[in-house]
Ligand binder design. Structure first.
Ligand code: PLP
Length: 396
């Protein structure tokens, strides 16, 4: 009955775990939720006020498809200020979230049979969007021993005549990996040699720790900028996940194609959210620093607690708000009716026996790991880790 495409697509496992945890909570069960992919901070008041003003002013009608000029200008200013990148209005599109921007790029760039390189572990949405656009995801495995860094030789060994693009994501969901300038230069060199595109998802750009400063690969030089579509948005940096504003910057022909595609699917992003987005980008930025400081405390606590558990290994994440520990030493063990053979068995065991929700690494292409988000309070982290420790102790 349904299209072939519908049978190929998998629903987002991260969203479904989050809603499972929320449903248990609604039933009165005290679940510690490490599954969340959104900041637990409220959107700052100045941003909310801008939205209220937009409603009161009657700014409630269709806008230009790719976003209003004032927002594009604020985004251009942001790229200049934060990333040392110069764009013009025709090189920017605003969409209904970064996920939507990514979908528009996939529609604009991929033809049937095109191969798209995806470093693994990856964010769950990339392979699905590639498949939805009849292209083929090609995974490049990265290794825990190397802090999940992508190395240029492995990119090169996966390139064929059909390779169209590579999708980068740094800081990374799920590993928290960030790339330094040298690594970005090595990646850029391979991309230029084979003339493929880079889709660079930098949505977590503001969330870096240990003095790490995010660098956009597009800012390395003009030749790489011409091959790169930078994706970012407001969801993570300004705690605005529900407002649905994301954006892309890149070569104007690609942005035009994305805008035409958007014109026939969603039309413009929400007019009120666009006004709020201008305030987010141009108003006071101190909220971000407060959020980063709090995330940093939680990151340090969660990583040190996880590392103290016998059998758990953990790479130190330097960005985003996720930890991706290796839990494979528990595979093959049992407790009660549970036999743990995979990351999803372990996630299910922890949800049912310990009331702790987290995402199995298999969803991100690496079954030896689980993903914990620290977008939750210090008290919840302490409680959750205690429960995990107890539950893991029972496995033999
Ligand atoms: N890119 C990555 C790597 C993400 O983790 C997420 C959300 O979890 C997004 C994009 C989507 O962000 P948005 O809410 O702007 O669609």
């Amino acid at each position: 009955m349904l299209s072939e495409r519908s049978y190929k697509i998998k629903p987002s496992p991260t969203l479904s775990i989050d809603s499972k945890a929320k449903a248990l909570k609604a039933k009165g069960i005290d679940v510690v939720n490490f599954g969340v992919g959104e900041p637990d901070f409220d959107t700052p008041d100045n941003i909310k006020e801008a939205a209220i003003k937009a409603i009161k002013d009657g700014f409630t009608k269709y806008t230009p498809v790719g976003g209003i000029d004032a927002l594009k200008d604020a985004i251009i200013e942001k790229f200049k200020r934060d990333n040392n990148l110069d764009y013009k209005r025709e090189e920017i599109i605003v969409s209904c979230g970064a996920k939507h921007s990514l979908y528009n790029v996939a529609q604009a760039l991929f033809s049937p049979g095109d191969e798209v390189l995806i470093p693994s572990p990856y964010w769950v949405t990339y392979p699905e969007q590639v498949v939805l656009n009849d292209a083929v995801p090609v995974f490049i495995r990265t290794h825990e021993s190397d802090s999940f860094m992508l190395n240029p030789e492995s990119i090169e060994s996966h390139i064929t005549k059909k390779t169209k693009a590579i999708i980068l994501n740094y800081p990374s969901n799920p590993t928290g990996l960030t790339y330094n300038k040298k690594k970005l230069e090595q990646i850029a060199e391979v991309v230029l040699k084979y003339n493929i595109y880079i889709i660079s998802d930098e949505i977590y750009e503001k969330l870096t720790y240990d003095g790490f400063k995010h660098i956009s690969i597009a800012s390395l030089d003009n030749s790489i900028k011409e091959k790169t579509i930078v994706i970012s948005g407001l969801s993570k940096s300004y705690a605005m996940t529900g407002w649905r504003i994301g954006f892309a910057a890149g070569p104007k022909e690609i942005i035009k194609a994305m805008t035409d595609i958007q014109s026939q699917s969603t039309s413009n992003p929400n007019s009120i959210s666009q006004m709020a987005a201008i305030e987010a980008l141009k108003g006071p930025q101190d909220f971000i620093k407060t959020m980063i400081d709090e995330f940093d405390k939680r990151r340090k606590l969660l990583v040190s607690e996880l590392k103290s558990i016998k059998g758990v290994r953990c790479v130190n994440p330097t960005g985003a708000f996720y930890v991706f520990p290796n839990v494979s030493s528990f595979y093959g063990k049992k407790a009660n009716n549970f036999k743990i053979l995979s990351s999803s068995d372990l996630a299910m065991y922890l949800l049912e026996k310990a009331n702790v929700a987290l995402v199995h690494g298999g969803a991100f292409g690496d079954d030896n790991h689980i993903r914990l988000s620290y977008a939750t309070s210090i008290d919840e982290i302490k409680k959750g880790v205690e429960r995990i420790k107890e539950a893991l102790k029972q496995l033999a």
